[in-house]
Design a protein around this ligand. Structure first.
Ligand code: ADP
Length: 317
């Protein structure tokens, strides 16, 4: 499971826009960062992590002592296309608000960097959780899936397709709630029935219609990713993973995956995965239909989870 989870994350390191990541591209981030427009000063704290384009540091706002995550992108590293994507990320992320979405607080720029000030999450994402634990218990999977679906349902109501739902983009709060982050591939549907064309996503989670060059996609790609996520949570590895992205794509296009009988996953869990992972996007269930499925309505649904779940199954099992 750990290799599987790791490869799902490193796939993004090459950058969604195809720009290779070169550590020397990152400019030094100053120790004191000022948003002159609002008169806010932030002190740079510990390094939190690095993605395809951004470096993240803890930031403390001096007048309120509030602590945030600063996602900082060097302008030098940005191609024209990447700059346009960053603008979309800022416009979309700053416009959404939900308990299971990383809250966007502020953004500004200076000559060298663009700064996004975000709700600070614990350093662990669902990726580390699955790396440490392998497959989860069904009540845990149900608990996390509910929060992922609730956030996605909200985004779809706001005409936003996230397009990069995956374990590495689900941060965990200190009380084990999911915070969906990284709107770097998100897009807004501007008129009803609009279908998107651009190829994007992370190999293990890409929907088959995105791989069909001439075809278009919409909200159903997020539903597909939720099916992949449920499979990973219950079986402990991605359904279509292989040694190369090309073979993974072939498996996705042929819906070629198995649910091994010797893994103790319930009939309801298996049937929900099979319902979601369908080739034709219009045959996929809506998010509300998923929530009404017996796997999701099962009363074994914890209100909260202890942080000990990061390393071992909860005691009730
Ligand atoms: P990119 O869009 O360049 O891939 P990410 O959004 O994945 O960047 O962020 C890079 C890393 O920074 C993450 O893997 C994580 O370690 C850290 N990080 C990002 N956002 C937060 C946050 N809100 N709170 C804490 N750490 C964060």
């Amino acid at each position: 499971a750990s290799n599987a989870a790791a490869s799902a994350s490193t796939a993004r390191r090459s950058g969604p826009l195809g720009t290779p990541v070169n550590p020397s591209d990152f400019s030094a981030v100053p120790d004191v960062i000022v948003n002159h427009r609002l008169g806010h000063t932030y002190i740079k704290g510990p390094f939190l992590g690095k993605g395809g384009f951004a470096e993240c540091f803890q930031l403390t706002r001096t007048d309120t002592n509030e602590v945030f995550a600063g996602k900082i992108v060097s302008k030098k590293s940005l191609s024209k296309r990447a700059k346009a994507k960053l603008e979309t990320e800022i416009i979309i992320h700053s416009s959404v608000q939900h308990p299971n979405i990383v809250q966007f607080a502020d953004w500004f720029e200076d000559d060298v960097n663009v700064y996004m000030v975000l709700e600070l999450c614990a350093s662990k994402s669902m990726m580390e959780l699955v790396k440490g634990r392998g497959r989860l218990t069904e009540p845990e999977a149900r608990y996390f899936l509910y929060q992922i679906i609730d956030a996605t349902r909200y985004l779809h109501e706001e005409s936003v397709i996230h397009r990069d739902l995956k374990l590495g983009n689900f941060f965990l709060s200190h009380d084990m709630c999911i915070k969906v982050g990284d709107f770097g591939l998100a897009t807004r549907v501007t008129h009803e029935g609009e279908r998107k064309k651009t190829l994007c996503g992370t190999p293990n989670y890409i929907a088959p219609e995105i791989l069909e060059g001439e075809h278009t996609h919409s909200y159903e790609v997020d539903v597909w990713a939720i099916g992949v996520i449920l499979y990973i949570l219950l079986f402990g590895r991605p359904p279509f993973e292989s040694e190369s992205a090309k073979t993974t794509y072939e498996r996705i296009q042929n819906i070629q995956y198995s649910m091994p009988a010797d893994v103790p996953v319930s009939h309801d869990g298996r049937s929900l995965i099979a319902l979601i992972l369908t080739r034709n996007p219009f045959d996929r269930p809506s998010l509300n239909t998923i929530l009404a499925h017996p796997f999701m309505t099962n009363p074994q649904m914890p209100d909260r989870l202890p942080t000990s779940c990061l390393t071992r199954p909860p005691k009730w099992v």
